[in-house]
Design a protein around this ligand. Structure first.
Ligand code: GLA
Length: 372
């Protein structure tokens, strides 16, 4: 049989988060959906323990042995799949060597989780080659661990989870405390989710992300001194926070206020969707953006401009930054027949104020990772 007949094809999607930002690492709720843009990989098994990886988006090859997986400091993409293979081996899966060709159309740096998609597609492909059909929750956790421990990015579970578990026409409500999850139908009759890429990525992303995590931890510690049952911000409501205000540094107080209100907004957003109340859903998106910008301070002038300008356009029910922040995308809930003029008007406004041409992506909720 010619070698190429042994090739197998896998895909894993990127995501946008509809609401529930910076709540995953606080044991909160999130509501992401997987999108059409994805990472694809073609895999050809090898009889040895050598892995050869190529990417259509980067020059050169990454070659290593599964017995000796090392992180390289200046590799722009190889550490993600390497980390996954390392973690799988550590977990006791004896992988086989392979040639992997990656390709994809998730815009880099747009905050649509291209790295989580690379991780998830790699885990699915490498496990499938040894005839393991993985439990999706366990696979997401291993991918997150690869990113935390091997790549060195302290992300939460949301991005890997939705890339592995998304479903056509649905968002996924994830409870990041116990990983209970539930598909939420997205009855967007007459409306569309439109992502707008600011095409900026401020260098603060990872240092500020880690700082926010520390501020939340500091908040929990101070709150627990008065309320011993509190072990995460998930255990706190607005009244409790207000009562303990004097114990918290002013910045930490605002960070906690965002997280607590945002978790509640996710609950309300799910109700709004269940009741087909898109106007309410849109207002919650707007509140989320203001809170991320003012209380959590993870927005930036470009995202604020996009979100505020979107709301001035006819037929827009809501707009907010999505993902970690400091650049990347906003998402807006836009009346279907107004999508074209929405993109034109928003692009004109954004370009005239920043000199940058934004990009737009229509987002349809798609299935999580699959073999193709
Ligand atoms: C990044 C992280 C996620 C989550 C978001 C913010 O995308 O990877 O785990 O924390 O930021 O909601």
């Amino acid at each position: 049989m010619p070698q190429r007949d042994k090739r197998r094809f896998f895909r894993a999607p990127g995501r946008v988060n509809l609401i529930g930002e910076h709540t995953d690492y606080n044991q909160g709720l999130v509501l992401p959906m997987a999108v059409e843009r994805e990472v694809r990989v073609v895999v050809l098994p090898r009889p040895d323990r050598t892995v050869v990886m190529r990417s259509a988006n980067f020059p050169g090859e990454v070659i290593f042995n599964l017995d000796d997986i090392e992180r390289l400091t200046d590799d722009p993409w190889g550490n993600y799949p390497k980390g996954v293979m390392k973690v799988l081996e550590e977990e006791g899966y004896r992988l086989g060597g392979a040639e992997l060709e990656y390709d994809g159309d998730i815009p880099a740096g747009a905050g649509m989780s291209s790295s989580a998609a690379v991780e998830v597609v790699t885990a699915l492909a490498m496990l499938s080659l040894i005839n393991v059909s993985p439990d999706r929750v366990a696979m997401s956790l291993l991918c997150q661990r690869a990113e935390n421990e091997f790549v060195g990015v302290n992300c939460g579970i949301m991005d890997q989870f939705i890339s592995a578990m998304g479903a056509h026409d649905h968002a996924l409500l994830i409870d990041c405390r116990d990983l209970a999850h539930q598909l939420v139908p997205l009855p967007l009759e007459g409306y569309r989710i439109v992502a707008c890429n600011s095409r900026v990525k401020h260098s603060l992303v990872s240092s500020e992300y880690n700082r926010r995590r520390e501020e939340c931890t500091a908040g929990v510690k101070a709150l627990a001194e008065e309320l011993p049952s509190v072990s995460s911000l998930r255990d706190v409501d607005a009244g409790m926070l207000e009562r303990c205000k004097d114990r918290l540094d002013a910045t930490v107080f605002r960070r906690c206020r965002h997280v607590i209100a945002e978790i509640d907004r996710v609950r309300q957003a799910v109700c709004a969707l269940e009741n087909g109340n898109l106007a309410r859903f849109g207002s919650l998106m707007n509140e989320s953006h203001v809170s991320l910008s003012r209380d959590y301070e993870v927005s930036c002038p470009e995202l604020d401009l996009l979100a505020a300008s979107a709301l001035e356009i006819e037929g827009v029910l809501g707009s907010r930054m999505t993902g970690g922040g400091f650049g990347g995308c906003t998402i807006s809930l836009v009346r279907e027949d107004g999508v074209e003029s929405f993109c034109r008007i928003l692009a004109e406004k954004y370009t005239s104020e920043t000199g940058i041409t934004p990009e737009f992506y229509l987002c349809r909720p798609m299935d999580g990772a699959t073999e193709r």
